[in-house]
Design a protein around this ligand. Structure first.
Ligand SMILES: *Cc1c(COP(=O)(O)O)cnc(C)c1O
Length: 460
């Protein structure tokens, strides 16, 4: 345990609100609660629901609760998945299979899916994995998808449309009602990626914020994803994927009847399904309850509005588009001030901030931990801007230069090649990631005694 702790040294400190993505932290008490729930089902495997009926029950109730939250009727069905990405992969596969099952292809099947340019990159992954052509639709000035162009791109190969509520980069909700109408008219499945918003927008609406309709109330919506491990404040490894009815979900199931290991049936992507995140999701939703989520949403929105107003009040910066919940991006309005240089100065001050490209910006995903640091963040942002003003050379240095180059280089294929090389290095046999280069990690011969000896000498 001491060794494990010691490895943490260089990790980001999310507890004091320094990270603006990756970790959705509510409180230490909630973390302890989740760990207990998770550990209670640490060994159980959701692969066979007949063996661990507890997990099936958790999954069923979590799916039902989420379906109600998102205004689904009694026909809505779904599964838990290991996270947002799995909840994006599966609909592409299911809708491809649904399309394939229709006998209109006359030998050639060239599936296409339609999505805004701002759609989460997991959908690109899905397109690649399942060999579906991604048709990207440009955004309007407010960073929502251009519905007129979207409509024109529909053709006989279109197997699905997907849009965001809200989008990860800019936190804006695509016109779900309008797209739903189109999808309905053309009888094309329409998925709403609400991985971010699924456990946030409903509560915003409940406490009186204006939230455009984005869920099963919208005609034409056939599926929705919502991540419990984001604003649902479950343990990592939990997302919900809902379909309007079994007619869609059934195409997601995998069944193989001839395996020597037995007839095999699996509802989602994984084989072994860890019980921990399923139990923790159930526990989180029951412990938070409607009121807990409302309070969370109120607090987080308060912080968000303070940040957005604060940033808009800084001369030279502006928030991009009209973010509708607690995720937003901002950019520089002064061509002489490089937003990535501001990002670098902020990093020097200890903040971890994601960079956006095309167009360039800095990103913020607000969580409850940020209430305490919002003022400091705004002050540091102001100071960073002033510093960059007097040090324009920063734009051509360090990370700012790198991000700037990556964002603007016309040969996108070149970037892909470079990153591919980086990945091969990072995951290659000579990876330098174990901080100690002389270390050749292999299983020690006699684990117990050696480790205990080291521990007692407190060598770490
Ligand atoms: C986070 C996110 C995803 C992917 O989820 P992971 O849990 O990171 O795999 C997909 N779509 C949206 C809108 C997201 O915010």
């Amino acid at each position: 345990m001491v060794i494990l702790e010691s490895f943490r040294e260089k990790d980001a400190d999310f507890l004091d609100g320094r990270t603006w993505s990756l970790v959705y932290h509510l409180s230490l008490e909630h973390d302890e609660f989740l760990k207990k729930a998770h550990n209670l089902y640490f060994s159980e495997n959701g692969l066979n629901p007949m063996v661990f009926q507890s997990l099936k029950r958790f999954e069923h109730e979590v799916v039902k609760m989420t379906a109600n939250l998102l205004n689904g009727d009694e026909n809505v069905v779904g599964t838990m998945t290991s996270g947002g990405t799995e909840s994006c992969l599966l609909p592409v596969m299911a809708y491809r299979e649904l399309a394939r099952s229709k006998n209109r292809w006359k030998g050639k099947f060239a599936p296409e899916m339609i999505a805004p340019e701002s759609i989460h990159v997991a959908w690109e992954k899905a397109a690649k994995y399942f060999n579906v052509k991604m048709v990207s639709i440009p955004l309007k000035h407010d960073f929502t998808v251009d519905v007129d162009i979207l409509k024109k791109k529909i053709n006989k190969n279109t197997i699905m449309i997907v849009a965001s509520a809200p989008s990860y980069p800019h936190g804006v909700i695509d016109p779900i009602v309008d797209i739903g109408q189109i999808a309905w008219g053309k009888k094309i499945p329409f998925h709403v990626d609400s991985c971010l918003g699924g456990f946030f927008l409903p509560f915003l609406e409940q406490i009186g914020y204006m939230v455009p309709e984005f869920d099963f109330r919208c005609k034409g919506v056939t599926s929705i994803s919502a991540d419990v491990h984001k604003y649902g404040f479950g343990a990592k490894g939990a997302s919900i994927l809902l379909y309007k009815n079994m007619g869609f979900l059934k195409h997601q199931f995998f069944i193989h009847q001839n395996w020597p290991g037995g007839v095999f049936a699996s509802p989602a992507l994984l084989g072994t399904r860890p019980g921990g995140p399923i139990a923790a999701a159930w526990a989180a939703m029951n412990a938070m309850g409607n009121q807990g989520y409302q309070e969370m949403a109120k607090k987080v929105m308060g912080t968000t509005q303070k940040l957005i107003q604060g940033i808009d009040a800084i001369q030279g910066l502006k928030v991009m588009g009209k973010p509708q919940m607690s995720v937003f991006a901002y950019t520089s309005t002064n061509p002489e001030i490089d937003i990535f240089a501001i990002g670098d100065v902020m990093e020097d001050k200890g903040w971890h901030i994601d960079r956006l490209q095309r167009p360039e910006g800095l990103h913020a995903m607000v969580s409850p931990a940020h209430e305490a640091v919002a003022d400091q963040y705004l002050k540091d942002l102001n100071d960073s801007l002033e510093f960059v003003k007097t040090h324009p050379e920063l734009a051509s240095r360090g990370n700012a230069a790198m991000y700037g180059m990556i964002a603007n280089i016309p040969f996108r294929g070149l970037i892909k090649k470079q990153v591919q090389k980086m990945m091969e290095k990072m995951y290659g046999p000579d990876c330098e990631m174990p901080m100690n280069k002389t270390d050749k990690p292999s299983l020690p011969v006699r684990v117990g005694t050696r480790i205990l000896k080291l521990l007692s000498r407190r060598k770490f």
